[in-house]
Write a protein that binds this ligand. Sequence first.
Ligand SMILES: Cc1ncc(COP(=O)(O)O)c(C=O)c1O
Length: 379
Amino acid sequence: MTSPPIFPGGAELFRLGTSVAHLNHGSFGVVPIPVAEAQRRLLDESAADPDAFFLGAPDRIAEARTRIATHLGADPTGSALVANATEAANLALDAIGLGSDDEVLVTDHGYGTVVAAAARRARVVTVPLDPLLPDEDAVRKAVLAGVTPRTRVALLDHISSPTARIVATPTLLADLRERGIITVVDGAHAPGALAEPLAGEPDFWFGNLHKWGYAPPGTALLTVAPRFRDRVPAPVPSWEDERGFPRSVEYRATVDYTGWLAAPEGLDLLDRLGAAAVRRHNSALAAYGAELLARLPGLTPLPYDDRLPMRALRLPPGLARTPEESVALREEIAGRLGFRVLIWPWPGGGGIRVSGQIYNTPEEYERLATALAVLLDGR
Ligand SMILES: Cc1ncc(COP(=O)(O)O)c(C=O)c1O
């Protein structure tokens, strides 16, 4: 196995601390210095003349949204900037208007806050997906097997968080649409990670820019099919409320908009670095990490999509069976070994997910594999 090359100048673009190795970009992202500096300039501008800044904010937000949506291949007039995937999921489900008899189909790989948004509004039917299902077609069949006459909405990951599996594909979305089901795609990981992040044509799609799009935290895009646009509620009805979607959703009175306004800088940075080269590098690093971890006794790599910058493996049975156990193991790996990774819980035994990003080096995954072998020995 040859180790992937280091991305030249990659680490210098970030201000990451050195007490741990950050192999978990997928959870929260990391803001690159040029984007943080762009946001700093916006904060300075706001401090120098708040009136001018806030009076001009709605138009600048629209401009930022147009740049971001265009970059992702979404319709700028059918998309709104929102805080994050969790907010987007809540808004999408409110726009649909669910009754307590309606069923929302999710999978057991779905993200906690997003599934909870559905559970607060309707009956959730959870499709179990064995993490080792061999391919997208097996996933598609398992999801369709969960459809009942009462299924109103399918709320599916594009890229699942714990397991880095592709769930929502254009084929599956078309199958669901044929059955009259409203489709909502959680594309939290897609912007920046995939060249074509929109996963077909769902009724609602949302993605975080702060994960793989190098945006400041709190930047996400929600795109909505035409028939639902005037039903998306404003999270905080304010001065733009009369103007309708998307401005009514975006403007929330006097809050800090500098993250959204700086977000296009993240996508510009990705383009300057060469988006295809960054994606190739990130997925090669994640693959390298997963190959090293797969050599440890009891670790089983999950089927993967080799475009993705994250890879997941099952841990030996009996470890990380519950959320509490997974948090304890995650913190032990961070505190004792010095690595940030995602540990995901699963009945019977959970797993580990590693990410690759331009600030990472092959040597970090080599050290992780060596240290984890010692930690897991005898457990
Ligand atoms: C698949 C998925 N959906 C939703 C979220 C939630 O994102 P946020 O905290 O930005 O709302 C995450 C976060 O990791 C995720 O992985």
